[in-house]
Design a binder for this molecule. Structure first.
Ligand code: ADP
Length: 552
């Protein structure tokens, strides 16, 4: 056997700090604009950001934080949070972003499970800190992201002792070299929202963080560039704002941080004022923005494209943005365990030659994998299903930005080296994946699968429906049949019969729901997703019309 011939290239590890250093050196005067908790607009540059991130790194070292220690953040999208994103992993510790929308008990569980040594928090979360701090004995200090006067003004009644972030970093000069270490060391820790059981931690490495940023920036992913002004609506406490705080410095794009005001008007005004060309957020954000545009007759003057994901993007949102507002919608899918981006719907050369309605149908799907992600759908017998756009099965993924196991848990979630996503999907001949359901939400009717997401999309395409959930209801003959629970818009007059008629011609007859229930609201998880487990509990005893007669 001959010995391997190695490449003769510089062995420079892929470290998160290199993303910010690159931006500071090569796009030094590009702006980062933040709407602050204090209410005003703050602006500075990548050069300023790196200096302050280095001051933070020095401050952490002075506090005794060591490589591998976890440091928590409870914060909105803003420049100080960005400094934590780089200052903490940059010095070798792990930035643990905590989702403040979880229940306080879950937050305490997460902080304790992660063994966070310090927690940085935005002042809006002070009441939360008050509740969780007594349950987190391992936290050595709580640091408020503000200056000393803000603390005196706003946090006077807090029983937990807090330090000011500005005071903490002001003691250091920012003359600091980012340390170089193994790229496989941990960079960021994110917990899943715990829809099933206690939240589980996905521990990213510097290598996976940088590789994910490269892949997420590609033309068929977000197509980010230095000519962009990027506004991530998706919070930095939810899977790294889908990688945007890394993609923006990698490409040199201007970054616009919306803070806590995520309503249609606030977002629109910020987007227009800062020339935003690209944004990303969950469908509910778009419901708010589109309602605002409709109400005021305003239009975007700079926005070109948006990634919509986190839950299925209703085709009605996609069509309105594409056809009425000329904004390219990139439907994306991913999960915390995948860093998070997995697939994005961008038309390839062949698809671009097809009629527009076919293109729109492709864009409604969750799309094509980006480089670094492989996927397959598997049937009940464990065998891979064909890529025919019809065969549904459990979706599995693998890649260097997909977790191998959960933080501080022994058992591996992998099956033959693949991560089971818990989603059910089809893949078509173009390699476009379409999520039909969470595996546990699929409706199994007479041995066939019905997609609850497809039926929800049809329900919300009715002009009088505000939100809809489709769940399986037990049926004596078919085992399960679909039931729609719908929330109507104010002043709506649509009847059950009219809504059911709206499904005709849009799906196979046997997919048409058996019944519709009108509700005042639907239960949601902390990340705004429909809580179907809860809905199934509520309607467990519900008897569908016809179910009694069908009983034999
Ligand atoms: P959590 O809600 O648990 O915090 P994630 O954000 O990781 O976690 O959620 C991932 C899940 O969200 C996916 O497994 C999938 O079920 C759902 N999801 C994400 N994007 C989409 C999409 N575009 N269409 C349908 N479902 C999606």
């Amino acid at each position: 056997m001959t010995s391997p011939l190695y490449g003769q290239m510089m062995d420079i590890p892929l470290l998160a700090s290199s993303l910010l250093s690159h931006a500071a050196r090569h796009f030094g005067d590009t702006e980062i604009v933040s709407r602050r908790i204090e209410g005003d607009i703050h602006r500075y540059t990548y050069r300023d950001c790196e200096k302050r991130a280095k001051q933070l790194a020095q401050a952490l070292i002075a506090l005794g934080v060591e490589q591998g220690d976890r440091v928590g953040t409870l914060a909105w999208n803003g420049y100080r949070h960005l400094e934590c994103y780089y200052g903490i992993p940059g010095m070798g510790a792990v930035c643990h972003t905590i989702n403040p929308r979880l229940f306080p008990d879950q937050i305490a569980f997460i902080i304790d499970h992660a063994r966070d040594s310090y927690v940085f928090f935005d002042m809006t979360f002070a009441p939360l800190v008050e509740i969780v701090a007594p349950q987190c004995p391992n936290v050595k200090g709580w640091i408020a992201l503000g200056d000393a006067s803000c603390i005196t003004e706003h946090l006077g009644n807090l029983s937990v002792p807090v330090q000011s972030y500005e005071t903490l970093i002001a003691a250091h000069d920012g003359h600091f070299e980012w340390p170089v270490f193994d790229e496989r060391q941990a960079s960021i820790l994110c917990y899943t929202s715990g829809t099933t059981g206690n939240p589980k931690g996905a521990l990213y490495s510097h290598r996976s963080t940088v590789l994910h940023a490269y892949a997420a920036a590609l033309p068929d992913s977000t197509c980010a560039s230095s000519s962009d002004s990027i506004l991530p609506v998706v919070p930095m406490f939810h899977v790294n704002a889908w990688g945007m705080p890394h993609v923006a410095p990698l490409t040199g794009a201007k970054l616009v941080m919306p803070g806590k005001d995520l309503d249609g008007q606030s977002l629109y005004e910020l987007m227009e004022a800062e020339g935003v060309t690209f944004t990303c957020g969950v469908p509910t954000v778009w419901l708010g923005l589109l309602a605002y545009l409709k109400q005021t007759g305003k239009r975007f003057t700079t926005l070109k494209r948006t990634v919509i994901g986190g839950s299925a993007c209703p085709p009605s949102i996609l069509h309105t943005l594409e056809e009425e507002y000329g904004v390219d919608v990139i439907h994306g899918w991913g999960m915390t365990e995948m860093s998070p981006l997995g697939t994005l719907a961008r038309l390839n050369f062949k698809q671009k030659q097809r009629p527009r309605d076919e293109q729109l149908r492709a864009l409604e799907k969750q799309g094509h994998v980006m480089f670094g992600v492989d996927m397959k759908v598997v049937g009940d017998d464990g065998r891979e299903l064909p890529w025919d756009g019809k065969s549904f099965g459990d979706l599995y993924v693998r890649g260097p930005c997909v977790i191998d196991r959960y933080f501080r848990r022994d058992e591996s979630p992998l099956i033959d080296g693949w991560f089971p996503t818990g989603d059910a999907a089809t893949i078509d001949a173009d390699g476009f994946m379409h999520i039909t359901d969470r595996s546990k939400d699929v409706i199994k009717s007479g041995g066939e699968w019905i997609s609850s997401i497809d039926l929800e999309n049809i329900a919300v395409s009715h002009p009088q429906v505000a939100e809809a959930a489709c769940i399986a209801c037990s049926h004596p003959k078919w085992t399960e049949r679909p039931l729609i629970v719908a929330v109507l818009k104010p002043d709506a007059t649509v009847t059950r019969e009219e809504l059911l008629a709206h499904f005709e011609g849009k799906v196979a007859k046997w997919w048409i729901p058996d019944d519709v229930i009108f509700a005042d609201e639907l239960p949601h998880t902390a990340t705004g997703k429909l809580q179907k487990v809860r809905l199934r509990e509520i309607y467990r005893e519900y008897v569908l019309p016809g179910a009694v007669e069908d009983r034999v």
